[in-house]
Design a protein around this ligand. Structure first.
Ligand code: ADP
Ligand code: ZN
Ligand code: ZN
Length: 733
C-alpha cells in the first residue's frame, strides 16, 4: 500500500509550463481563491523571474521539491471554464517538446493564438448585427410618426443584418439605438458561416479512382501520399475529401507552404465549398488570428487554411489534414522552436485519429521512404486532366555562348515566340537584385559584407549594395578598396537586370517581377497575380516565389536562367532540392490546354542530374537518390542531428562545443563529426559552429541529443553562446 503523505509533508502544487528557455516545468501553490483544480491546458497568470507571465496548467501533484523551498502562488486562473488548449493539442505539444527537444513553455505557447498567449480572453464574435425580436409583426408596434424607425425595421425584415449596413443605407445611429431601446430589435452576433458545396469539375477516371479509395478511408489514422504531376488535379481531390469530412460534421485543416499562396487557395476552396475558409499565417493581424483560432475551436470554421503554424490550431473535431506541396523546405521552421510542420501534422493526425493527405509533384525522399515501408499509402496521378501535355524540357549549353544579361539567343527567341502567340513566358532566377557581386577588374577584390562571410549583392533601384544574409545596406563604392582602381564591374545576373533586358527587348509587353524587393506584402502580390491573370502576353520573372504552386495558365515558355548556381553545394540534400525546384518551375508551363516548353541554361549539360532531368521522371530520379542515401546511411536511410553554437567570439563558439563533446557519452552506434565551422561561418557577426550527430537510428541520435541538451545547459559557456540541438535538421551546413 502507498503510504498517505504526512499531513504537513509536501504541499499540493500546480505544475505549470512557463514560457522560458529552460527545459523544465515549474511548481506553484494554487491561488488562494481556487475552488477546484482546473483542467489541463488552462491558462494561469504566475510570477516568474520578476514579472507576471502566462503559463499553462498541466497537472496537480504533491511537490517534488524539498519542503523548505518557498514556492510562489499562482496569481489567477484565467480559464476556469474550459481550457483553451484541447486535450489533443496538449498531447501534441507535449510530444513536440520531447521530440524536438524544445522547452515546455515555448512548445505549449504554440497552441494558442497570439492574443491568448498574452492572457487576453479568447476571441468572441462582437454583437455587431441586428435582428427584429418576436417576428416582423412587431414592426407595427412602432409609432406611425417614427417613420425612420419603421423604415429601418422594414430594411432589417426577417434577417440578421450587420448594423454597419443600416448606417450605409442612411439610417442614423440614433434610429438604430431607438429600435433596440424600445425592444423592437436586438443586437446579435453574425450567423455562423453558411456551407453550400458546389458541384466540381467532372473528375477524370484517374482522379475518380483515387477519390473513391481515399473517401473510403476517411476514418481513423491513415497517412496518404498523393503524388501527382503539377496541374494533375490534386486540389480537386482534396476538395472532394474535405466535403466528405464536413458532411460528417467534422473539420479539415489544409496546410500550404507559402503565405503568398493563401489568397488564391482560399478563394478556390471557398468557391468550391461555399463557406468561409479562415486563414492562419504570419501576415494577419493579431485580431484576425484570434478570430480564426476561436472559429476553429468552436467548430464554426469547417475548414482552416494556413501555413506552418496552423498545424497547432485548436479544433473541435478535426477529421482530415491536407499538407500540400509536402516536400517544401518552408515546412521546416528554421528558427526557435525548430520543427517540421509536415511531420508534426502526421503526429497530429495520429493523435486525432484522422487521415492525412500529403500531396506533391515532387515528394520528399522521407515521404517516399515511408511509402516504401508501408507506413503511408501511395497514390499516383501522372496525367493532367484532358491530356494537357507535360512540358517538353531541353537544356541549353551556355558554354562559349555570348549571353545578354545571362540569356542565350535561343532563350530570347523562344520567349519572343511565346509572346507573339499571345502567351506568357516565365523566367526563373535564384537571385534578386541587379547582380550577385561587385568586383575589381584589376586586383579581384570583391565588395564583401562587414558582418558576414559573404559578398554584397548589387541593387539598382535605388542604387546600393545589400547583404542578403544580414540585410546590411551600403552605398555603391566607386573605387576598389584594395587598389583604388575605378574599374569595378558587377558579376552574376539578378532579377533587376533581367527585368531591364526584358523591357528593352519587349517594350510593349508587361513585365512582372516577382521577388521580395518588389513584392513586399500580400497586396502587391495580389495585384501582380491579378495583372498576370488579366494580361495576354506577358513576361513573369522572379525567384522561387514564382516557382511554387501558382497557376499561370497562359505560361507556355519557362526559362531557368542559371541552373548551375544551384548545382554545386556540399549539402547532402542539394540534389534533391534542385531536382524538386526544377521540376516545380518546369511545372508552371502548359498547365492549361496550351503546350509548354522549358529551357534550362547550364554550363554543365553533362552533369548526370541535368541529363536525367530531361530523360527520366521525377520518381525515377528520386528512387536513384534514395539508393545513394541508403549506401551512405544518410536520412531517411539513417538519422541525423546537430548541436550548434553561435557566438560573437569565435573562440567561445568552438570552446563550448569542444567541452561539450568531451563530456558526451561515448556510444558505438553514434558518430560525431566536429566541432566544425558551418559553411558560412560568420553571419550577422555571429560565428557559427556545429557538431553533426549521425547514426543508423533516430532513437540513437535522439538519446545523444538529449544528453547534449542536459550537459550543455550545465556548462559555464552556455550563457555566453546561443546554442541548440536539432533532430532531423534539413540544413546541415
Ligand atoms: P494540382 O493541385 O495537382 O496542381 P489542380 O487541382 O490545381 O492541380 O488542377 C490544375 C487545373 O486543372 C486547375 O485549373 C483545375 O481546375 C483543372 N482541373 C483539375 N481537374 C480537372 C478535371 N477533372 N477536369 C477539368 N479541369 C480540371
Ligand atoms: Zn582592385
Ligand atoms: Zn551580411
Amino acid at each position: 500500500m502507498i503510504p498517505e503523505p504526512k499531513a504537513n509533508s509536501s504541499p499540493l502544487v500546480w505544475v505549470i509550463a512557463v514560457p522560458s528557455p529552460l527545459h523544465r516545468v515549474f511548481e506553484y501553490l494554487p491561488p488562494s481563491a481556487a475552488q477546484n483544480t482546473p483542467q489541463p491546458g488552462a491558462r494561469v497568470k504566475v510570477p516568474f523571474a520578476g514579472r507576471d507571465v502566462i503559463g499553462i496548467f498541466l497537472e496537480d501533484r504533491r511537490s517534488e521539491l524539498p519542503a523548505a523551498t518557498a514556492l510562489k502562488c499562482v496569481e489567477t486562473l484565467l480559464d476556469d471554464d474550459l481550457p483553451l488548449l484541447g486535450s489533443d493539442q496538449l498531447q501534441l505539444l507535449r510530444w513536440l517538446c520531447e521530440y524536438y527537444l524544445i522547452p515546455h513553455g515555448e512548445a505549449l505557447q504554440l497552441g494558442l493564438a497570439t492574443p491568448e498567449r498574452k492572457g487576453r480572453p479568447a476571441w468572441t464574435a462582437e454583437a455587431d448585427h441586428i435582428a427584429i425580436r418576436h417576428g416582423t409583426e412587431t414592426i407595427n408596434k412602432i409609432p406611425v410618426r417614427a417613420t425612420k424607425q419603421r423604415a429601418a425595421a422594414q430594411f432589417i425584415g426577417e434577417h440578421t443584418v450587420p448594423i454597419a449596413s443600416l448606417t450605409k443605407a442612411g439610417f442614423s445611429a440614433a434610429v438604430v439605438s431607438a429600435l433596440i431601446k424600445s425592444g423592437v430589435a436586438e443586437r446579435k452576433r453574425a450567423e455562423p458561416p453558411a456551407y453550400s458545396p458546389q458541384p466540381t469539375v467532372n473528375l477524370t477516371d484517374a482522379q475518380q479512382g483515387i477519390c473513391s479509395t481515399l473517401k473510403a478511408q476517411m476514418t481513423g489514422f491513415k497517412p496518404h501520399l498523393l503524388e501527382g504531376v503539377t496541374g494533375s488535379g490534386k486540389t480537386e481531390i482534396y476538395i472532394e475529401c474535405i466535403k466528405e469530412v464536413i458532411a460528417r460534421g467534422q473539420q479539415a485543416l489544409v496546410i500550404i507552404p507559402e503565405i503568398g499562396l493563401t489568397p488564391q487557395t482560399k478563394h478556390r476552396f471557398e468557391a468550391a465549398l461555399g463557406c468561409e475558409v479562415p486563414l492562419i499565417h504570419s501576415g494577419l493581424t493579431e485580431a484576425e488570428r484570434g478570430r480564426t483560432w476561436a472559429m476553429a475551436r468552436s467548430g464554426a470554421a469547417r475548414v482552416v487554411l494556413g501555413t506552418r503554424s496552423s498545424v497547432f490550431c485548436s479544433f473541435q473535431t478535426l477529421g482530415l489534414i491536407v499538407v500540400d506541396e509536402e516536400h517544401d523546405p518552408s515546412f521546416r521552421q528554421q528558427d526557435h522552436p525548430r520543427y517540421s510542420a509536415r511531420d508534426v501534422a502526421v503526429k497530429r493526425a495520429q493523435i486525432c485519429n484522422c487521415p492525412i493527405i500529403m500531396g506533391s509533384a515532387t515528394p520528399s525522399l522521407e515521404t517516399l521512404a515511408n511509402c516504401d515501408q508501408g507506413r503511408y499509402q501511395h497514390h499516383t496521378l501522372m496525367q493532367r486532366p484532358h491530356g494537357s501535355a507535360l512540358p517538353d524540357i531541353s537544356l541549353i549549353d551556355t558554354r562559349g555562348l555570348a549571353l545578354s544579361s545571362g540569356l542565350s539567343d535561343e532563350a530570347i527567341n523562344q520567349i519572343r515566340f511565346a509572346l507573339e502567340r499571345k502567351e506568357q513566358a516565365l523566367l526563373f532566377i535564384n537571385r534578386r537584385g541587379f547582380a550577385h557581386s561587385l568586383q575589381c577588374e584589376d586586383c579581384g577584390w570583391v565588395a564583401g559584407c562587414q558582418h558576414c562571410d559573404s559578398s554584397m549583392a548589387v541593387h539598382r533601384t535605388p542604387p546600393h549594395l545589400s547583404c542578403h544574409y544580414c540585410n546590411t545596406k551600403t552605398s555603391v563604392p566607386t573605387y576598389c578598396q584594395q587598389c583604388n582602381s575605378n574599374r569595378l564591374s558587377s558579376r552574376g545576373i539578378g532579377t533587376e537586370q533581367l527585368e531591364i533586358l526584358m523591357n528593352r527587348h519587349f517594350s510593349t509587353t508587361p513585365v512582372f517581377r516577382i521577388d521580395s524587393d518588389n513584392i513586399k506584402n500580400m497586396e502587391t502580390l495580389s495585384q501582380a497575380l491579378d495583372g498576370i491573370a488579366s494580361a495576354e502576353s506577358a513576361v513573369l520573372l522572379g525567384t522561387q516565389m514564382l516557382s511554387k504552386g501558382h497557376d499561370f495558365p497562359r505560361v507556355t515558355c519557362v526559362v531557368v536562367v542559371d541552373a548551375d548556381s544551384l548545382l554545386y553545394s556540399p549539402d547532402f540534400r542539394a540534389e534533391e532540392r534542385l531536382l524538386q525546384l526544377l521540376v516545380q518551375v518546369a511545372g508552371r508551363a502548359g498547365r492549361s490546354s496550351l503546350p509548354g516548353k522549358v529551357l534550362i541554361q547550364t554550363r554543365s549539360p553533362d552533369h548526370s542530374m541535368m541529363q536525367q532531368l530531361v530523360e527520366r521522371s521525377y520518381t525515377d530520379q528520386a528512387r536513384a537518390l534514395l539508393t545513394r542515401r541508403e549506401v551512405l546511411r544518410l536520412p531517411p536511410k539513417g538519422a541525423m542531428g546537430l548541436i550548434r553554437s553561435d557566438s560573437k567570439q569565435e573562440k567561445d563558439a568552438i570552446d563550448f562545443l569542444d567541452t561539450l563533446r568531451e563530456q558526451l557519452p561515448i556510444r558505438d552506434e553514434v558518430r560525431l563529426i566536429g566541432p566544425m565551422p558551418t559553411l558560412m561561418t560568420r553571419r550577422a557577426n555571429m560565428y557559427r559552429y556545429q557538431i553533426i550527430v549521425h547514426a543508423q537510428t533516430r532513437r540513437a541520435v535522439h538519446s545523444l541529443l538529449e544528453a547534449a541538451r542536459d550537459i550543455g545547459s550545465q556548462q559555464k559557456l552556455a550563457r555566453k553562446v546561443s546554442w541548440f540541438v536539432e533532430i532531423d535538421p534539413t540544413e546541415t551546413l
